[in-house]
Design a binder for this molecule. Structure first.
Ligand SMILES: [Zn+2]
Length: 252
């Protein structure tokens, strides 16, 4: 059972708007919040995603001179390193029982390298596609010899923590449905859909396979109709993040 679900801000990424909504022209950057989530459970603390990699700290020019220049600009401070994020809620790296890695992109798996002991739960398809793919994400996101627990498809990690296979945005992307003790079901879409508009209207956005991305959105919409989650939290929804700060405490 999940006693608490912490929403942990982990910096920002600026992404070209054409990658957030394929119907918009390129040339303007959109600020997107980056998140990690900590679950306090009767089976110990579980971390979902680990933020951005250390070389991004105070280094918005990381992608200068690459094909991503001008389309992707990280905004990360010392405070956004995973050990400092955890410190703010009273945890250290070694306290974490299990890491759920939604996928191996730069804004989700950057701190994975610091978890040398805890199992890192990842879809096998994501591991196979990405782990040796140098163009995929910074090397800190793709350390091959961590303690990976590779899964295929949907998977109940512990009671109240349901991992949902939602490929499309990345080859082995996964979302998480969390059953919290006090606030009911919370659906963390992660990058199944960056924001509410993409989810509601199935807008084209940055995807490895847009057909698969649409199918995954369809699958999760069906689940929403069955489960009626209290909260659906999107991976990079700037509008929702602002509302969230006003309307909710930082945990449920
Ligand atoms: Zn992302």
């Amino acid at each position: 059972m999940v006693k608490k679900l912490y929403f942990l801000p982990a910096g920002f990424c600026f992404l070209d708007q054409s990658l957030v909504n394929g119907n918009l022209p390129a040339g303007k950057l959109i600020e997107m919040p980056v998140w990690c989530f900590l679950l306090e459970t009767t089976d110990g603390p579980i971390l979902i995603d680990t933020g951005m990699p250390d070389p991004f700290v105070n280094n918005p020019d990381y992608y200068k001179g690459t094909r991503r220049e001008g389309r992707l600009v990280p905004k990360m401070t010392e405070d956004d390193r995973i050990e400092n994020i955890l410190k703010r809620v009273g945890y250290q790296i070694d306290d974490i029982q299990t890491v759920i890695s939604s996928h191996l992109h730069l804004d989700h798996a950057g701190g994975n390298e610091h978890f040398r002991k805890a199992p890192i739960v990842l879809q096998k398809s994501e591991f196979d596609f990405a782990i040796h793919n140098e163009d995929y994400s910074p090397k800190e996101c793709r350390i091959p010899d961590l303690n990976y627990q590779l899964i295929e498809g949907d998977f109940e990690l512990v009671p109240g923590v349901q991992i949902l296979s939602t490929p499309g945005h990345s080859v082995g992307h996964q979302s998480v449905l969390v059953k919290t003790e006090r606030s009911g079901d919370v659906l963390l879409t992660i990058d199944l859909a960056y924001n509410k508009d993409i989810f509601n209207h199935d807008l084209p956005f940055l995807s490895a396979n847009s057909k698969m991305a649409s199918n995954s959105i369809e699958k999760i919409k069906k689940l929403v109709q069955e489960v009626h989650p209290e909260v659906i939290f999107f991976g990079h929804d700037g509008v929702q993040a602002k509302d969230w700060n006003v309307l909710y405490p930082n945990f449920l």
